[in-house]
Design a binder for this molecule. Structure first.
Ligand code: SIN
Ligand code: MN
Length: 260
């Protein structure tokens, strides 16, 4: 799977690209089928919401589950990532952000590089975040909000927010967000289950609480060039994996051996 010239130029202009229903309903069902057992595990890698105790994010999944070990090498993720970020990419972070019906809490306005840089010493904003929707994402169940073009000014000022949610995050000041939105507006990332998002490391994004009765689980894989690996090792392995070998893509039907 290769991105077209038009998709590459959208990515360059907006900082993200949306690829509708790139994974089939069967593949999404297989991925979802692994989640209840993973969420039930007692591990620091399952981080729960501040209120209510529902799983907010389940991390390090390729180390915990065979199907996720295949998914991080899926060519429909790895090939477009290589087109944008170069041939040698390591698996930096692997998670499912759950955002449970009624209980899923917000992700504040942020860009991923702020946390990778300040907490992990990643030198440059070269990583890519690749998402697969595991539920239909609609306006009401806490979609990601992107500020198109917000990556163009480089890394915006950020501060470390350890209080708003259960997940410490480097976030962007409201004034900066207001300026960026005045220029780029806000685009919600919506689509059917199986839809893929690819977005860059300095794109400002966030997502509101899920007040709806519908879950909104999203798989997230962050790939980072091997030559841009972390230089600080204070966070747990599940927040930034330390195997810096370049990921090799599997065959396009690599999930199917787990499905049948
Ligand atoms: C979310 O799951 O809504 C936020 C995801 C992200 O920040 O990558
Ligand atoms: Mn993010």
């Amino acid at each position: 799977m290769q991105l077209t010239t038009a998709q590459l130029s959208d990515f360059d202009r907006d900082g993200f690209v949306i690829l509708p229903e790139l994974f089939s309903a069967t593949e999404v069902a297989a991925i979802r089928g692994e989640l209840p057992a993973l969420f039930a595990e007692t591990t620091d890698a399952n981080i729960v919401e501040k209120a209510g105790g529902a799983v907010r994010t389940a991390m390090g999944l390729h180390r915990r589950n065979v199907l996720f070990a295949r998914l991080v090498r899926h060519p429909r993720l790895v090939a477009p990532a290589r087109q944008i970020a170069g041939p040698d990419l390591y698996v930096q972070q692997v998670k499912v952000n759950v955002k449970a019906a009624f209980d899923g809490e917000a992700w504040q306005w942020h860009y991923d590089f702020a946390t990778h840089h300040h907490d992990d010493g990643v030198p440059a904003p070269l990583a890519l975040n690749l998402h697969i929707f595991l539920d239909d994402v609609v306006p009401y169940n806490g979609p990601l909000y992107f500020i198109p073009g917000s990556h163009k000014g480089g890394a915006a000022p950020a501060w470390h927010d350890t209080a708003s949610t259960s997940y410490p995050l480097w976030v962007v000041e409201r004034e900066t967000v207001a300026d960026l939105v005045a220029r780029g507006g806000i685009t919600p990332a919506l689509g059917k289950a199986g839809t893929v998002l690819i977005f860059c490391d300095t794109l400002v994004h966030g997502s509101p609480n899920n007040m709806s009765p519908w879950d909104r689980a999203i798989f997230s894989l962050i790939l980072n060039p091997v030559g841009n690996a972390q230089t600080r090792f204070a966070r747990p392995e599940f927040k930034h994996h330390t195997d810096f070998s370049a990921v090799e893509a599997l065959a396009d039907d690599c999930l199917h051996s787990e499905i049948t």
